[in-house]
Design a binder for this molecule. Structure first.
Ligand code: NAP
Ligand code: GLV
Length: 314
């Protein structure tokens, strides 16, 4: 019996080594080497090539190596077996760091002060708003969004969240569904996007949505932070919204095309901050241990944890 590692875009070797440690009862085989298809019982994937998991007659479950599963579900030949995603304290913590870093950088105008320092400019600026005067709106109030919301509440920000179904979190105003989206946007100065990429959320971050953001915030124009998925955003719209003042700044960890093409205008835009899809990186040790526990559960006849609703897309 074996566990198939099907990875593209990341280096597979550390994953293979950790899986051998954490799942010693199975042979760990790689998509990149010949393997016996009938022996494969489980697959661990990050962006596997579509069709790569077809033709595995004894496959019992698929494990995403990340929190998102769009890279798994986009495979039209995906076998009809349970799919589980990563829910891991370390991964969540890293995303919280990312969101807090950029909300504070926007609140405290980090880019402006870096420019002023470079030019030796001392301005006696006493107009700095406090966090409680800034309204953060988080689209996606799941594992990542809820943890980020709590950290921002602790810093004093005025926080709301938007999700498919209503969520109850201390000191976080909850908005749900399309009907409540306009009200959520209208009270948002810093929009943080932590949604999954699904058929429903594809391209949601577009000009009409961004025009719904608050125009009376203490930071001037509203700002966007997207660490969810690049497929959520329309980059031409982001550039148009920066040009006409609908947005004052954009922070992106994810892009419509990854790697971001070297000729993308986003690279050099003075109102754009970029990171290379590493807001929250999966720690191979923690995630391979999780997969080990999941396999133990299945082998004991227990249900998977964090199973994805394939029809819903997350
Ligand atoms: P999650 O726990 O599944 O939460 C997803 C949230 O999105 C839920 O609140 C859900 O609403 C909401 N949602 C989904 N579809 C919606 C819709 N159509 N309208 C409104 N709300 C909708 O996921 P998570 O663990 O927080 O992760 C979120 C995403 O972060 C992942 O899917 C992945 O794409 C991204 N991510 C990125 C990185 C990175 O490094 N950039 C790292 C990890 C994860 P309900 O609560 O009503 O279900
Ligand atoms: C990273 O993008 C993840 O989905 O965990």
């Amino acid at each position: 019996m074996s566990l198939l590692v099907a990875i593209r875009g990341w280096t597979p070797e550390p994953w293979i080594a950790r899986l051998r440690q954490h799942v010693p009862q199975l042979a760990v085989v790689s998509l990149d080497d010949p393997f016996d298809q009938a022996a494969v019982r489980y697959a661990a994937t990050w962006k596997h090539p579509p069709g790569a998991l077809a033709g595995l007659p004894n496959l019992k479950a698929v494990f995403s190596l990340g929190a998102g599963v769009d890279h798994v579900l986009r495979d039209p030949a995906l076998p009809r077996v349970p799919v589980a995603r990563v829910v891991d304290a370390d991964l969540t913590h890293r995303m919280v760091e990312y969101v807090v870093w950029h909300c504070l950088a926007l609140l405290r105008q980090a880019r402006r002060y870096a420019r002023q320092q470079a030019e030796h400019i001392w301005l006696d600026d006493r107009g700095q708003p406090s966090a409680r005067e800034v309204r953060v709106g988080i689209m996606g109030l799941g594992v990542m969004g809820a943890a980020a919301a709590q950290a921002l509440v602790a810093l004093g920000f005025d926080v709301a969240g938007w999700s498919r179904t209503p969520r109850t979190l201390p000191q976080v105003a909850s908005y749900a569904g399309q009907a409540e989206l306009p009200a959520f946007l209208a009270r948002t100065d810093l929009l943080v996007v932590l949604l999954p990429h699904t058929p429903e959320t594809l391209g949601i971050i577009s000009t009409p949505l961004l025009r719904g953001l608050a125009r009376d915030g203490r930071l001037g124009a509203p700002a966007l932070i997207n660490a969810g998925r690049g497929g959520l955003q329309r980059e031409v719209d982001l550039l148009a919204c920066l040009a006409d003042g609908t947005l004052g700044h954009v922070v992106l960890d994810v892009f419509e095309t990854e790697q971001l093409p070297t000729d993308s205008p986003l690279w050099d835009h003075p109102k754009v901050t970029l990171t290379p899809h590493n807001a929250a990186v999966s720690d191979p040790d923690a995630i391979c241990a999780l997969i080990g526990r999941q396999i133990d559960r299945l082998e004991r006849g227990l249900p998977l944890e964090h199973e994805v609703d394939v029809a819903r897309g997350y």
